[in-house]
Design a protein. Structure first.
Length: 387
């Protein structure tokens, strides 16, 4: 998990593994409370501990379920005759209005930790600029992924996407003061090789009849998208820790809603500027499974992407950008299982090995998380008993 070298005491976005006080502060949605008795302190710490782990589990579920569903629906869209790159980009963020429901349900019942910025107007201006900048970067990233998926075999595409872990490790070290341990390094290597095995296993299928130029373009754009995605995660973590400095789940939803709004507007402009909007009616009528299926595919793809995005941002908020990326990569070997069920893909030995490696990598990182959390709780209780 990444932190900011001991200065995360007032921040809400994760801390370095080995920084003992981090979990207690992140686990609750407010700073650690002081108590006049030694009895209430351990109880508060225990509650915050389980609340933190619950948040981690919920966000993992959102990310894995949302990413798996959106990927399968995206493949279904292309398989049934869809071919609009801008539409594929648009639906990756267009479902953000459903998050207003979650924002209402998870609204804070008590005042949240306020920003430490002395000038509120400056703070609002900074946050607005962050939303706009990240939204535009997300739109560009989504478009690169859309082109990559169009010009590459799915297996090769997944292989290149696995490189995002390596990029994220670099950005986490530079921007988030990520502290690496043997278990974290082991997790990153295993998950990277797990996804790579899927690509090596099926890469012999070739370039799907595309020209070499388009294949190289797809490769470059997907690699660029993976690097950009990792940069986005680290920048979000920096924003949580250095600028926003609030510790409620509504902050996570606000980040997702407003960056998605900017990205959706940018994608919509691209859809009309490119002229692809003129082909959408014909695409819908030519959709193999029918017009209703076309609409529902796009609708649920958009919703699934938002569920995944909440998980991504949520894990950045409560853990770190690297852990969020690890879980995202974990979903890559899981997707073929559902592809076997829905698309009758072949499940061979290499895919099984890839899934086992992914699970091993996930357990490795999870165990490091457990060790760090246990150490943090012991240190916190010791400090509270001596105070």
């Amino acid at each position: 998990m990444a932190g900011d070298d001991g200065s995360s005491g007032s921040g809400g976005g994760g801390g370095g593994i080995g920084e003992d006080e981090v979990h207690v502060q992140i686990a609750g949605s407010s700073k650690p409370e002081t108590s006049s008795t030694n009895e209430t302190a351990p109880q508060n710490t225990h509650t915050k501990h389980w609340h933190w782990w619950l948040m981690v589990a919920v966000n993992i579920f959102f990310l894995v379920a949302g990413q798996t569903a959106s990927t399968l629906l995206g493949r279904f869209y292309y398989n049934q005759g869809g071919n609009s790159k801008w539409m594929s980009t648009f639906v990756q963020t267009a479902g953000f209005p459903v998050l207003f429901v979650a924002l209402y349900l998870f609204r804070s019942k008590s005042p949240s930790t306020q920003t430490t910025t002395s000038n509120p107007e400056t703070s609002v201006a900074k946050i607005t600029l962050i939303y706009i900048a990240l939204g535009l970067i997300i739109a560009a990233d989504d478009l690169m992924y859309s082109y990559g998926l169009l010009y590459l075999p799915v297996s090769t595409y997944s292989l290149i996407c696995a490189s995002q872990l390596a990029f994220n490790a670099i950005f986490s070290y530079v921007l988030n003061a990520q502290k690496f341990t043997a278990l974290i390094f082991n997790s990153v290597i295993l998950l990277t090789f797990s996804a790579a095995l899927l690509g090596v296993d099926e890469d012999s299928q070739g370039t799907n009849g595309l020209s070499r130029g388009k294949y190289i373009l797809g490769f470059a754009l997907t690699l660029g998208a993976s690097a950009t995605y990792s940069l986005i995660l680290s920048l979000m973590q920096v924003a949580f820790e250095k600028v926003i400095k609030k510790e409620t789940f509504s902050v996570v939803l606000n980040m997702q809603i407003y960056t998605a709004l900017v990205a959706t507007i940018a994608s919509l402009i691209g859809l009309f500027a490119s002229g692809e909007w003129k082909t959408l009616e014909g695409e819908m009528h030519a959709f193999s499974s029918g017009r209703l299926s076309y609409v529902m595919t796009l609708l649920w793809t958009a919703v699934s992407w938002q569920i995944a995005s909440v998980g991504v941002v949520g894990l950045i908020f409560v853990v770190s950008s690297l852990f969020s990326n690890v879980i995202s990569t974990l979903a890559l070997p899981i997707i073929p299982v559902f592809a076997v069920i829905f698309f009758h893909d072949k499940m061979d030995g290499v895919k099984i090995i890839a899934m086992l490696m992914a699970i091993w990598g996930f357990v490795s990182y999870g165990y490091q998380l457990y060790i760090s959390d246990k150490k943090a709780r012991k240190t916190s209780v010791s400090v509270e008993e001596n105070s």
